[in-house]
Design a protein around this ligand. Structure first.
Ligand code: G6P
Length: 606
């Protein structure tokens, strides 16, 4: 992960770098740092923890200079300490890095043979040491950076700054994204266009293997073979205004509350005709494919898993769902009749991007379902379907998840239509059900007070189990994931029917079990599994509608009453109590809801 930013500017660099880092904190917040060239000399400031600590440090120890680089870290090699914070420096070089240098141990052996020893536990410091060694051999800064990069294995977005060079920055990318921003007599660098939003919207994205030599006058680009290349300069639509909490205590609660509105926008965007035609109907031949492969990570992969039920049940189209980190190395066969769909909020998740690249050229088409349309995944796909959730700041995904589901629902409907898998009447019913989803989500938000009561008690437990059947099974997985992510309570999700094959051994009087049991075709079966838990003393939190609660809610520990909605799209509505339960439990425990420990919102390393 990690976010990097750089500037060769006209004004003091430190505030510009900190502003860029603020927009990149979603990539990690273990430590942050900046380096500048001040009166020809490299200097740096670093601080442990969130960016606010660096900011405070800079108040007491300001850093002057108009050229600089900055970094916000998610620790991979070496603990989160100030010494391990970037920028790393060695002699006349400072460097910031996003990625993992896989051969750093071999490089250290080489450096040790020249009596150059590391001062930190990081892989990145090796890059600075090696570049400085090349300088000591008489190479110019540009040659030293090039020689260093040529010896690196692994993934990187790198920015180098040099002592004595106020008008030079060298950047390179392999595996991790990097954007160069164009100003008026100023140049910028950032992990994404958002980082540069307040500086410029004129962006050139580096391509895989690229290196760029940047001065205030512009940038020269070189491809992996070292040949000079032209890279497209484009104007991107990113909003520079800072996103606020709109009166909410946390971004997560704001984002949960926004769902009726953003879902209504997304559903309208795709169901209103023109966009569906342009983006989906005219772009995708869903009758010609014989299977769909969906690949994603984390919460996005659970959206795919829900959608698998829809594609198979509604469109009769087989779907395979895989997590990207496994898919990319498994070498799965992909034929020209396979449609591949990559789902990602950020559009930058390293494993999902690698899986996409594996499929490009093999699959009939590569479709991206993304929130950030200026992302690597979007740029490398044949068809981009934006989810229109708006900026999602809370690390735990909420509105992006339900908007991903909404877009996948539209795709499933389109597949059913193109394949003639449903009658017009059924299609019409499914479509009108989908239009109803935003208002049902608004009703589901009405469970907030009841869920706060449950959460106050759930927070006193160390473990929890989530059960569901059918398309609510992946939602049970999502409920467990959300709870563990932000409340640090150990939670597992299971298919309700799988309970007796092991997990039931965990049930005792202390075990809370959340049961997703809408009154649908699976209701009786789910309730039977719920009874098996109750018979062993487990504490049931039943989430169902009025009918379900009246039939089977007796003797449960808690009941959450949801709106009545017997539809394929019910998992979108049932996402709400999963989110609220995690949110209120985390608040009860006093955890850092928006930036939970050890996590980052965008995972740009594998
Ligand atoms: C991280 C985030 C999750 C997210 C996952 C995939 O783990 O904390 O919220 O679901 O990455 O991210 P993506 O941006 O690809 O959806």
């Amino acid at each position: 992960m990690c976010g990097i930013v750089g500037v060769l500017g006209k004004h003091q660099a430190a505030p510009i770098l900190v502003d860029g880092l603020r927009r990149l904190e979603y990539r990690g917040y273990d430590s942050a740092g900046i380096a500048t060239v001040n009166n020809g000399q490299l200097d740096r400031r670093r601080a442990l923890g969130k960016l606010v600590n660096l900011n405070d440090h800079l108040v007491l120890h300001p850093l002057a200079g108009t050229s600089g680089i900055g970094h916000t870290r998610w620790a991979t090699h070496g603990a989160a300490t100030t010494a391990n914070a970037h920028p790393h420096a060695s002699g006349r070089i400072a460097v910031v890095h996003n990625g993992i240098i896989e051969n750093f141990r071999e490089l250290r052996v080489f450096l040790a043979s020249h009596k150059i020893e590391p001062q930190t536990e990081t892989d990145t410091e090796t890059v600075a040491m090696l570049a400085d060694w090349h300088l000591s051999q008489g190479l110019s800064p540009i040659e030293a950076a090039k020689e260093t990069i040529a010896r690196l294995e692994g993934a990187y977005a790198l920015a180098f700054l040099f002592d004595g060079e106020d008008d030079l920055m060298i950047v390179a990318r392999k595996g991790s994204p990097l954007a160069v921003g164009w100003g008026d007599g100023e140049m910028f660098v950032g992990s994404d266009a958002l980082a540069l939003a307040s500086m410029t919207n004129e962006i050139t994205y580096l391509e895989e293997g690229d290196l760029a030599i940047i001065t205030r006058a512009g940038a020269d680009f070189f491809d992996a073979g070292g040949c000079a290349v032209t890279r497209q300069r484009r104007t991107v639509a990113v909003d520079a205004t800072s996103v606020d909490k709109a009166g909410h205590r946390h971004f997560m609660s704001k984002e949960i509350a926004e769902q009726p509105v953003v879902l209504a926008n997304t559903i309208k965007f795709y169901l209103d005709g023109q966009k569906r035609r342009e983006l989906i109907s005219e772009n995708l031949d869903l009758a010609a494919v014989d299977r769909v492969v969906m690949v994603a990570c984390g919460t996005a992969s659970l959206a795919c898993f829900v959608a698998k039920y829809w594609f198979e049940q509604i469109a009769g189209l087989p779907v395979e769902v895989d997590i990207a980190s496994e898919f990319r190395y498994r070498e799965p066969p992909i034929s020209g009749r396979t449609l591949t769909i990559f789902v990602s909020q950020s559009g930058e998740t390293a494993d999902t991007l690698a899986a996409l690249r594996y499929c490009a050229g093999k699959a009939s088409q590569v479709v991206a379902v993304v929130n950030v349309i200026e992302s690597s995944i979007a740029r490398e796909s044949d068809v981009v379907l934006p989810i229109h959730a708006g900026p999602e700041i809370g690390v735990a995904s909420t509105k992006a998840f339900t908007c991903q589901l909404a877009v996948l629902a539209v795709l499933a409907l389109e597949a059913a239509k193109q394949r003639g898998a449903c009658s017009d009447k059924v299609l019409q019913k499914l479509t009108s059900d989908l239009w109803r989803v935003p208002s049902l989500v608004a009703d589901a938000l009405g469970t907030d007070a009841a869920i706060q009561v449950v959460s106050a008690q759930l927070a006193r437990h160390d473990d929890a189990i989530f059960l569901g059947r059918g398309a609510h099974y992946p939602l049970a997985l999502e409920g467990a994931l959300k709870l563990k992510e932000i409340s640090y309570i150990h939670a597992e999700g299971y298919a309700a029917g799988e309970l007796k094959h092991g997990p039931i051994a965990l049930i005792d009087e202390q075990m809370p079990v959340v049961v997703l049991a809408p009154h649908d075709a699976m209701f009786e079966k789910t309730v039977s599994n719920m009874q098996e838990v109750m018979a062993r003393g487990g504490k049931i939190i039943m989430i169902s509608d009025a009918e379900g609660v009246s039939k089977a809610g007796d003797s449960t520990w808690h009941r959450i009453e949801m709106p009545q909605f017997e539809s394929h799209w019910s998992p979108i509505v049932y996402s709400i109590p999963m989110q609220l339960l995690a949110y209120h439990t985390a608040c009860e425990k006093g955890t850092d809801v928006d930036q939970p420990r050890n996590l980052a919102k965008s995972v740009t390393v594998e």
